[in-house]
Structures are given as C-alpha cells and as structure tokens.
Design a protein around this ligand. Structure first.
Ligand code: BG6
Ligand code: MG
Length: 214
C-alpha cells in the first residue's frame, strides 16, 4: 500500500529543467559544443559536476578538477540568475491540488531534488507547506541514478521503499526510484521513461485513484 509520495522538483513541479538546459547550452557553446535537447536528457537528475563531465565527454575535452569546478560554478551563476524571476504562478497546473489531495488522504509528501538550488526554488514558489520533508543535493553523496536521495526521503518520512511512489521526469531519476525499490510515475515520454510503472505527460494529469494500482 502506498503511504508516501516523493516528488522530484526540476521538470516535475516547475519547468526549471529548461533553465538548466539553457545555462548548460550557453556553457557548452564556449567549448564549441552544440548541446541538443537529446543530449540534455542525459543531464537531467544528475549532479552539477556530473552534468559538466557528460558535456565535456561529448566534445572529447579534458579539464583539471579545478577547471571543472570553475565552469560548473559559471553555469550555476547563470542558472541562479535565471531562476530569480520565478513566480508562484509558474508551478505546473494541478500540482498543488494533487499534493493537497494526497495530504487530505493522509499520505506523507517529500521533495527529493538533486539540485543544491532546490530550497531557493521552493521558496520562490512559496510551496514549503506542501512537503513534510525536503531532501536536496547538499544532503547526499551520490546523485541519481543512485537511490540514495529517495531512500533518505523515505526514511525521513518513516516509511519503507515499498510504501513510496516517486514522481520523476529524468531517466536517471526513474532508474534511482526503481533501484530504491519504489513505484515510479514518469512525467514525460514513454520512450524515455519506459522503466517507470506508469508514464504521464504532465504531473497534474495524475489521478490519486491510480496510486494503488501502479
Ligand atoms: C537536478 C536537475 O534536479 O539537479 C539536473 O535535473 C541538475 O539537471 C541537478 O544538474 C543539480 O542541480 P544544481 O542546481 O545543484 O546545479
Ligand atoms: Mg527532474
């Protein structure tokens, strides 16, 4: 029986995935790499440094650890600039209602984002009250596809993995949920997220009646 829902942030609650993409694309162009939307799928859900490494691999470029840090910070500076204009209206339609209906049915709800900027995004959206606990990129050692972040969220809520469902838009995130032994609802395309128990186009499309038939 499902007793807790764990939500990814970027691409599940708001379109910050797009801001990550344009910031990485801007950085990639400095290395004469044309970062496409297909490439970008590989960056979703993984850490900032790992994202940079994937981009550098595309261009067959080697950098020292020090330089990697420098470029990752540069990208983050742009990302932080982009997100400052976020308004509460930008939350995906139906998401606050979905989470509230879960809470009304006594489910516990967690946020689990690989992003170190997650607390700022949640603050800008003014949705802290929707979550019983929040786990972000500053609290984990291994990012998705490692299950660490979801296992931490579940233990903070006090549930075992089989009682949890994860909402994810990233292939790495779906893999992490499966590796954690949790049910997973993919948000996006079935081609990309085929390992999820169910795939929906938008988070707000999910019906709470579907929870225990996943
Ligand atoms: C994830 C995004 O939520 O956070 C990734 O899907 C991003 O694309 C990762 O790289 C880390 O984010 P940040 O904000 O800490 O650089
Ligand atoms: Mg995401």
């Amino acid at each position: 029986m499902i007793r807790a829902a764990i939500f990814d942030l970027d691409g599940v609650i708001i379109d910050t995935a797009h801001y990550h993409y344009i910031a990485w694309k801007r950085l990639a162009s400095e290395f004469a790499i044309n970062l496409t939307k297909e490439h970008n799928e590989l960056l979703k859900g993984v850490s900032r440094i790992r994202s940079l490494e994937i981009i550098l691999e595309l261009g067959n470029i080697q950098l020292s650890e020090e330089d990697k840090e420098l470029y990752a910070n540069k990208k983050n500076g742009w990302f932080v600039e982009y997100i400052e204009s976020i308004r509460p209206e930008e939350i995906f339609s139906g998401v606050p209602e979905l989470i509230q209906s879960m809470r009304d049915q006594s489910l516990k709800v967690a946020l689990a984002s690989s992003s170190k900027n997650a607390p700022r995004v949640i603050e800008l959206l003014k949705i802290e009250r929707l979550f019983d606990t929040m786990v972000d990129g500053t609290m984990i050692t291994h990012t998705k596809p490692d299950p660490e972040i979801f296992l931490l969220a579940a233990s903070r809520l006090g549930f075992v993995p089989s009682e949890c469902v994860v909402f994810e838009d990233a292939e790495a995130g779906v893999e992490a949920a499966v590796a954690a032994g949790m049910k997973c609802v993919g948000v996006g395309s079935p081609e990309q997220l085929g390992k999820a128990n169910q795939v929906i186009a938008r988070t707000g499309d999910f019906r709470i009646s579907q929870l225990n038939v996943l």
